[in-house]
Design a protein around this ligand. Structure first.
Ligand SMILES: CC(C)(COP(=O)([O-])OP(=O)([O-])OC[C@H]1O[C@@H](n2cnc3c(N)ncnc32)[C@H](O)[C@@H]1OP(=O)([O-])[O-])[C@@H](O)C(=O)NCCC(=O)NCCSC(=O)C[C@@](C)(O)CC(=O)[O-]
Length: 312
């Protein structure tokens, strides 16, 4: 059997500081978020989704957005992205000098309403001036399409819905599309169909996958995308996260698990797995729980056993 042909490079965007922490009920101080970003970049992550400029009434955990952005020690070669749902968010974000802004829409009407309080068509109208203003300032624009395979309110979502939103985003000048399985219900063939829909309007280099792991399918879905040549993925250190408007959905696939998979298949990510595990342990210790990553758990256990085995 001929081995699966994999992309020669894979880029992971760690969304832990934003997607991972946005749903945390306990306050996470800005200094902890900043330290997490530093640890991720020290581990070799070249893109980090830091925070979101959304309403603090809707997502209180991200209210310290400007403080977090201001506190980051920027490292050459690292891109810092932030979510901006409208011009108000963009105008606040721009003060923080992001390298990239993310407009986020949905493939299902109900999720669009619950998440950003407007219809899909209205969301595109809100995004258009954001995209124009960002591009005028040479800030890269990514678009996220939530509920690309399933919606917590509408159930299964057809690939045609993804195709429609990708087309609308393309028309307003969004440069990159992230196809998101917000509630982690997707399985490989369904995710591939959603990706194919996005690829009708975007080149392979301009499409990424964003998989929550609620049903334990995220690694399989990642592999299915790699098989299609997709080489960019959002992942979350320690598997942090969940969306405030998708009850019951767990975090993104853990960055540690994806790195373990890729390195095991001989794909370089530029990421130091040991340092990444330390970053995941740092934030998990702060939150008072174990990292939600099988690879991290296994490696931390192994480290622990080795430390115990050292004769004193
Ligand atoms: C989008 C809005 C702001 C619309 O909210 P709205 O209520 O429709 O907006 P509005 O224009 O009517 O304004 C209402 C109030 O919000 C304020 N406001 C308005 N805009 C902003 C802003 N940018 N920053 C700060 N404040 C803002 C505005 O100033 C006003 O304040 P008030 O007069 O009542 O005091 C709101 O619905 C919101 O903040 N939603 C939160 C969305 C969110 O953060 N969701 C989670 C992230 S998306 C996600 O996790 C999915 C993703 C990307 O990871 C992919 C996946 O897995 O699916």
């Amino acid at each position: 059997m001929s081995p699966m042909k994999l992309p020669s490079k894979v880029k992971l965007v760690d969304v832990g500081p934003r997607d991972g922490l946005q749903n945390e009920k306990q306050p996470v101080p800005a200094e902890v978020k900043i330290e997490l970003v530093h640890r991720l970049q020290d581990a070799g992550l070249t893109e980090i989704e830091v925070t979101s400029f959304v309403s603090p009434k809707w997502v209180p955990q991200m209210a310290d957005n400007a403080q977090v952005m201001a506190g980051i020690r920027r490292q050459g070669g690292v891109r810092y992205s932030v979510l901006t749902p409208n011009m108000k968010g963009f105008e606040a974000a721009v003060e923080s000098r992001p390298d990239e802004v993310v407009v986020f829409g949905a493939a299902s009407e109900a999720f669009s309403q619950r998440n950003i309080n407007c219809s899909i068509q209205e969301s595109i109208e809100r995004f258009a001036p954001v995209v124009e203003a960002a591009r005028a300032k040479n800030i890269y624009v990514r678009g996220a399409i939530s509920t690309a395979v399933g919606c917590p309110y509408e159930g299964e979502v057809a690939p045609e819905r993804v195709e429609l939103v990708a087309r609308l985003m393309k028309q307003i000048g969004v440069q990159h599309i992230g196809v998101a399985d917000t509630i982690g219900v997707g399985t490989p063939r369904k995710v591939q169909a959603a990706m194919e829909a996005a690829l009708r309007h975007y080149a392979l280099d301009d499409v990424s996958g964003h998989f929550h792991d609620t049903y334990g399918q995220a690694l399989a879905n990642t592999l299915a995308c790699l098989e299609m040549g997709i080489w960019q993925f959002d992942t979350s250190v320690a598997g942090l996260g969940g969306c405030p408007y998708a009850k019951g959905a767990t975090g993104n696939v853990a960055t540690e698990d994806v790195v373990y998979l890729l390195h095991g298949m001989g794909v370089d990510t530029g990421i130091d797995l040991d340092k990444l595990i330390d970053a995941g342990k740092y934030i998990s210790d702060f939150l008072g729980r174990k990292p939600n990553s099988r690879a991290a758990t296994a490696i931390l256990t192994k480290r622990n056993n080795e430390a115990c085995a050292v004769p004193s």
